[in-house]
Design a binder for this molecule. Structure first.
Ligand SMILES: *Cc1c(COP(=O)(O)O)cnc(C)c1O
Length: 495
């Protein structure tokens, strides 16, 4: 007996399939109305339609083989070059397109490992030194490639603590990481100082500009204060820049840049002995969607500097309205001094997770953060329409939210790292986490816990150690990625 979904015996009519998919999507978050503060970067319906058209021209093409598709190779190298020129890259700078920020970061870390093999006394137990705020993709890269992530708490302004990072350097440190900006609070790390340390030590320095690469240069052009962060900074040896974020390209598009081609070569893979022929590939993927390359190339040309600057201006105006509006609401505040359109909302006297639950009930989708407890906001073109409604609802949600029942608990939640993976859990799974957590801890018999994140984070704060939380998260992830027989098939088989 098969318990999962089996392949339907006969094919179904296309209309029935497509309409079922459209209905299914109605249950997802509503990003078109600017109510989702992460995940989707939308530059408006007209540009979106253009992007899809560009993607579809290269729908079937495979960027794996530049010999077969020289057109994609040309587009890709132009995209890399345009990105490098925006980010202070000189004539020697080289790079590749990847499927996203994570792959770009994986490549930079893997390249650092290979570089250590040639340039350091040891290539065992190599360490990547980074501020606590650096993206989890760096941990993932270390985990995949056998390096050790060394995370150093940030300063009171949430930026990397340069002195503390300097103290954490060892003989095995091969790569220092800084972000422009880091994701949690949207502040730019002191890149010049970190890069100077890397340079004086003769090691590598990566700047993660995944979210900022296609925004900060334009924010600077708008006359706003942006610290030096790119390849023009001495000592910076690689960068990651996502196109599927503020370049408004189709998902599956990012760029990894290196100071020169020698360093980039260490990223490449080639084998010459395979019966299937000589096989070489620059990045992680084998077959690569040509559409993602083509759509990125098309969007960079469609908008150009002028177009990006125009959008950045509107996005920063929307950000100003939000920051000023939030500043006028009792009980909430913007944390630190964000450099662009990414920031966190915290509270010194309220439970922000309860505020988040009340915002969820009003149709908003906000990611929950920890250390300190806060809500994450990424403003993009899609939100220009929704800032006023957001502020009104946030004012109401904050007014309804009580002071934390136990400030002790909240403090512990702040100091205690519930792993960042939690942010990816959709709300309806929160109750499952609660169930698992409560049974793991032997509390809350009867399972009368509300389907809310506020008590969940409180509960997590009381768990004895990180390992328990990690196990729960892995269990939930395992459940999420399995077929759910209770939900039944999306499309019923017809006789
Ligand atoms: C989004 C992001 C990443 C990861 O990018 P993906 O495209 O989600 O893989 C890495 N670093 C920062 C700062 C980001 O914002």
């Amino acid at each position: 007996m098969v318990t999962g979904r089996t392949l339907p015996e006969r094919g179904a009519e296309p209309d029935r399939i497509l309409s079922t998919m459209k209905n299914l999507r109605d249950g997802d978050v509503d990003w078109q109305d600017g109510k989702v503060w992460s995940l989707v970067f939308h530059a408006g319906d007209e540009l979106s339609a253009f992007l899809k058209e560009a993607y579809c021209i290269y729908f079937s093409e495979n960027a794996l083989n530049p010999g077969a598709f020289p057109s994609l190779k040309r587009m890709e190298s132009e995209v890399v070059s345009m990105t490098a020129s925006l980010l202070g890259g000189g004539p020697d700078v080289a790079g590749n397109m990847t499927s996203g920020g994570t792959e770009s970061i994986l490549m930079a870390v893997k390249t650092a490992r290979a570089w250590a093999g040639q340039n350091m006394r040891t290539d065992r137990g190599l360490e990547v030194l980074m501020p606590e705020s650096a993206h989890p993709a760096f941990d993932k890269a270390c985990y995949y490639f056998g390096l050790r992530p060394v995370r150093v708490p940030g300063g009171p302004d949430f930026r990397a603590d340069v002195k503390a990072m300097k103290r954490a350097l060892t003989k095995r440190t091969v790569l220092i990481v800084g972000s422009a900006p880091q994701y949690p609070q949207g502040v730019v790390d002191p890149i010049e100082e970190l890069a100077a340390i890397a340079k004086s030590r003769g090691i590598l320095m990566h700047v993660d500009a995944c979210v900022g690469g296609f925004m900060l240069p334009f924010v600077r052009d708008l006359g706003r204060d942006v610290p030096a962060f790119d390849l023009s900074v001495e000592g910076v040896t690689s960068m990651s820049v996502d196109l599927h974020k503020y370049a408004y390209a189709a998902k599956g598009a990012s760029v990894v840049l290196y100071r020169d081609r020698e360093l980039r070569k260490l990223q490449y893979f080639a084998t010459t002995d395979w019966p299937g022929g000589i096989y070489a590939s620059p990045t992680m993927l084998g077959s690569r969607p040509g559409g993602a390359v083509a759509a990125a190339w098309a969007m960079l040309h469609r908008l150009g500097r002028e177009g990006y600057l125009e959008i950045a201006g509107q996005v920063m105006d929307a950000t100003d309205r939000l920051v000023v509006g939030i500043g006028r609401i009792d009980g909430v505040e913007v944390l630190g001094r964000p450099s662009m359109s990414v920031f966190a909302i915290g509270s010194s006297d309220r439970d922000v997770y309860e505020i988040a639950d009340r915002m969820t009930a009003r149709g908003w989708h906000l990611d929950r953060q920890q250390s300190p407890p806060s809500l994450h906001v990424t403003v993009n073109f899609a939100h220009i329409q929704s800032t006023d409604a957001f502020i009104d609802d946030l004012r109401a949600a904050s007014a309804e939210s009580k002071r934390p029942e136990s400030s002790r608990l909240l403090k512990r939640a702040g100091g205690f790292a519930v792993r960042a993976a939690f942010k990816v859990l959709p709300n309806r799974l929160v109750s499952r986490v609660m169930d698992t957590a409560t049974s793991a801890m032997g509390v809350g018999e009867g399972g009368g816990l509300p389907e809310r994140s506020a008590p969940m984070y409180g509960l997590m704060a009381t768990l004895p150690n990180r390992g328990d939380i990690r196990k729960i998260v892995i269990d939930v992830l395992d459940g999420m990625t399995s077929y759910d027989p209770d939900a039944g098939p999306i499309l019923e088989d017809r006789e």
